[in-house]
Design a protein around this ligand. Structure first.
Ligand SMILES: [Zn+2]
Length: 97
């Protein structure tokens, strides 16, 4: 089976909670977490009316993103560094009252 097992994760929107089955291969766990995060984004932006379509798009995007992250291990540190630099920039912006 490719990707995480069914019901490996879920979102409880009312509790702002993502539930993950922890008995997964670490890579499947990463995929499941990203998968559920993409469901949250899709829900927040109202992207899909068809649940099957959402599931196919979310699954493909999660798997693709995990492949990109695994093949480019410097990507997350790079983004984190940019994020920290952005925070420093806004934190030291003297034009802000
Ligand atoms: Zn899903």
């Amino acid at each position: 089976m490719i990707g995480p097992v069914p019901d490996a994760g879920s979102v409880q929107y009312d509790r702002h909670l993502i539930i993950l089955q922890d008995r997964q291969h670490p890579r499947d766990l990463m995929d499941t977490l990203v998968h559920e995060l993409l469901h949250v984004i899709a829900n927040d932006y109202g992207l899909f009316e068809d649940e099957d379509h959402e599931e196919r798009v979310v699954s493909a995007m999660a798997s693709g993103l995990i492949q990109i992250l695994v093949r480019n291990p410097h990507l997350i540190p790079y983004l984190t560094e940019r994020s920290n630099a952005e925070n420093l920039y806004h934190g030291s912006d003297e034009r802000t009252p």
